[in-house]
Design a protein around this ligand. Sequence first.
Ligand code: 13P
Length: 287
Amino acid sequence: MFVSAEEMLKKAVAGKYAVGQFNINNLEWTKEILLAAEEAKSPVILGVSEGAGKYMTGFKTVAAMASAMIDELGITVPVAIHLDHGTYEGCFKCIEAGFSSIMFDGSKYPIEENVEKTKELVRICKEKGMSLEAEVGSIGGEEDGVVGAGECADPNECKMIADLGVDMLAAGIGNIHGKYPANWKGLSFETLDAVQQLTGDLPLVLHGGTGIPDDMIKKAISLGVAKINVNTECQLVFAEATRQYIEAGKDLEGKGYDPRKLLKPGAEAIRAKVIEKMELFGSVGKA
Ligand code: 13P
């Protein structure tokens, strides 16, 4: 059974730690993230982008797979399944598919339209006991073919969206998805601080968790960040471990070509990476 992210994030704000959202891409990802959370006794959020949902044949498949895994693996820690950067239409699909949490990325709309659409989703999510994440100021980098510039959100717009009753807010603070370029200026703590001054205890979300130095992560948590999204870093360690396996010629030894063997080093690398992040975010032992 999935839970909404509301309670786990409220606890994170109060306890000054962050819950990781780890994006899933397939069965191996889902399994390893769940096992990592159980091992670390940490709450966890499974992130599903629209592209990843489509890749896995649809949100219903994803929800059914993850939900069955929680049962079959005997997972006892709180698990939320969350739409990442959802379109307005995508949000409704996930509500129907049995997700426990959604993100409506209305950052591409004028603020008035973002407000209207978010308001409607707040109403529906409250009715269904789901949690809702909103976004102000686009997060830079490329995600599912959409390239953003890494803006800093307007704190007053953040307050406007926060007041609608969303459960968590992603505010752009110079963070971007994917690898950070060498000339990246770092997170804007000034913006984060200004946003938090106006939004109080509302859990803030840091996207683009890959490649942000540990000290910046810790500072962001101290300024109200309670959810941190990580995707690329798991992909990188998976690819690296798989490449090493192939380069060592292991797929040519015995039945090394069996996908259960071929994908194992990558899967183990994901689990180790997720546990490492949970330690950094301070969520270990909080479930
Ligand atoms: P990274 O891929 O940079 O870790 O970002 C993940 C993310 O923010 C998903 O919304």
